[in-house]
Write a protein that binds this ligand. Structure first.
Ligand code: G3P
Ligand code: CA
Length: 226
C-alpha cells in the first residue's frame, strides 16, 4: 500500500504547517504528515516553510531574526500560531508518522534531539519519523548523529549522483518531484534499497499515474485524494 503523506499538514484544506492542518490530516486518514522546520532567533525549532514569515502570516521578517515569543504573536491563518516541532509530534500522537523536512541550515542536530526525546519520553518508535532535506549536508549531519534515523533525500530532478549519495547516506527513501520520475528511476532506487516518495501530487489523475508507477509514498496537499 502506498504511504499517504499530508503535505504541510493538509495544505489544500487548512493553513499550511499549522496544528489545525495537522489535525485535519489525521482526520482525513493520512499515514504521515510532512512539515518544514527552521531555527528561530531564540533557538527553538519552528514549523514554517519559508525563511521569512511574510507569505504565511500577518507579520514580516526573517524567521532566524524573530524570537519564539515574537513568532507566537503572529497569525499563521485562521488564528493559528506557528507551531513547534514538539507540538506537531503531540498532535500526531503516534497515530500517524511525521516527515520532518530540514528546511533551515543547522536543523539536523536539534531535530535529532527532538526525535530522540519523542522516542525515550513519549513512546514513539523510530519508524514513526522520516527526516528529509534538499540540503545534503544536513542529511550527512543527521546520519553522523545516528545510524538508525530514517532519512529521505529530496530532489527536484536527478542531475546525476543523487541515488549514489542516498545509498551512501543509508537513506530510507528518495523524494523526487513527481513530474520527474519514471519507472526506470523508481527501479534504480529500489535496486539501491531506496523507497520513492513523490511530491507534491494533487491532481487525481497524477495520483493514479504515480500509483501505477509503483511509488512507495505520495505527498499531497489533499491526503484524502490518495
Ligand atoms: O517534502 C516534499 C516537499 O515539501 C518539498 O518541497 O517546497 O513544498 O518544501 P516544498
Ligand atoms: Ca516541505
Amino acid at each position: 500500500m502506498v504511504v499517504k503523506v499530508g503535505h504541510r499538514g493538509a495544505a489544500g484544506h487548512e493553513p499550511e504547517n499549522t496544528l489545525r492542518g495537522f489535525r485535519r490530516a489525521v482526520e482525513l486518514g493520512a499515514d504521515m504528515v510532512e512539515l518544514d522546520v527552521h531555527l528561530c532567533g531564540s533557538g527553538e525549532l519552528v514549523v514554517i516553510h519559508d525563511d521569512t514569515v511574510d507569505r504565511t502570516t500577518n507579520g514580516t521578517g526573517a524567521v532566524s531574526e524573530l524570537t519564539f515569543e515574537e513568532l507566537s504573536r503572529l497569525d499563521a491563518g485562521l488564528g493559528e500560531r506557528i507551531p513547534t516541532l514538539d507540538e506537531v509530534i503531540d498532535v500526531a500522537d503516534r497515530e500517524i508518522g511525521v516527515n520532518v523536512e530540514l528546511k533551515g541550515l543547522g536543523t539536523a542536530g536539534p531535530v535529532h534531539e527532538v526525535i530522540e526525546g519523542a522516542i525515550s519520553e513519549k513512546g514513539w518508535s523510530r519508524d514513526g519519523f522520516i527526516v528529509s532535506s534538499f540540503h545534503l549536508g544536513e542529511l550527512a549531519a543527521i546520519r553522523e548523529l545516528s545510524d538508525q534515523v530514517r532519512t529521505g533525500v529530496l530532489l527536484a530532478r536527478d542531475r546525476g549522483g543523487i541515488l549514489e549519495f542516498a545509498e551512501l547516506n543509508k537513506a530510507y527513501s528518495i523524494h523526487p518531484y513527481f513530474g520527474n520520475v519514471d519507472s526506470e528511476f523508481i527501479g534504480e532506487a529500489r535496486d539501491r534499497g531506496l523507497r520513492t516518495f513523490v511530491w507534491t501530487v494533487n491532481d487525481p489523475a497524477d495520483i493514479g499515474e504515480m500509483k501505477s508507477l509503483g511509488v512507495d509514498g505520495i505527498i499531497s496537499d489533499y491526503p484524502d485524494r490518495i
